[in-house]
Design a protein around this ligand. Structure first.
Ligand code: FES
Length: 142
């Protein structure tokens, strides 16, 4: 199997069996964002205690890339300090800009499967939607 096929499989697995899909209830920190190019929406919810992301879930409509990315992001940041999660978000953004990053820094190696998205500018907003919601949640929670 080629690396592209493997990556495609990983993305489809997260799309078809999204991790952390659902709601954390009305009292959780909640951010809704849309992808301006297509209108798809995601709502990210988190519970943050003592600067640790205790839980993260999402709901929303979107393409396979956006939902797979949300699944991976929520899986990766659970249990992390907020600053670590934001560092991860910065790293992901650099990967989407085609920069040569150290993918070993991702705590969840599935995230590497999205690196090919940087070759398709129209899909970068899909892949970064959930991560932008994470950054927005930080701003909301200051
Ligand atoms: Fe809408 Fe990807 S096409 S999020």
């Amino acid at each position: 199997m080629s690396l592209d096929d493997l990556y495609r499989r990983v993305i489809m697995d997260h799309y078809q069996k999204p991790r952390n899909h659902g709601s954390l209830g009305e009292d959780a920190l909640s951010v809704e964002l849309n992808n301006p190019t297509c209108g798809d929406r995601i709502t990210l919810q988190m519970r943050v205690e003592n600067d640790i992301i205790e839980d993260a879930k999402f709901i929303g409509d979107g393409c396979s890339i956006s939902l797979a990315s949300a699944s991976m992001m929520t899986e990766a940041v659970k249990g992390m300090r907020v600053e670590e999660a934001l560092h991860l978000s910065e790293l992901f953004s650099q990967m989407m800009q085609g920069e040569d990053i150290d993918v070993d820094e991702f705590p969840l190696e599935d995230i590497e499967a999205l690196q090919g998205v940087c070759k398709f500018p129209a899909r970068i907003k899909c892949a970064t939607l959930a991560w932008k919601a994470l950054e927005r949640a930080r701003q909301t929670n200051r």
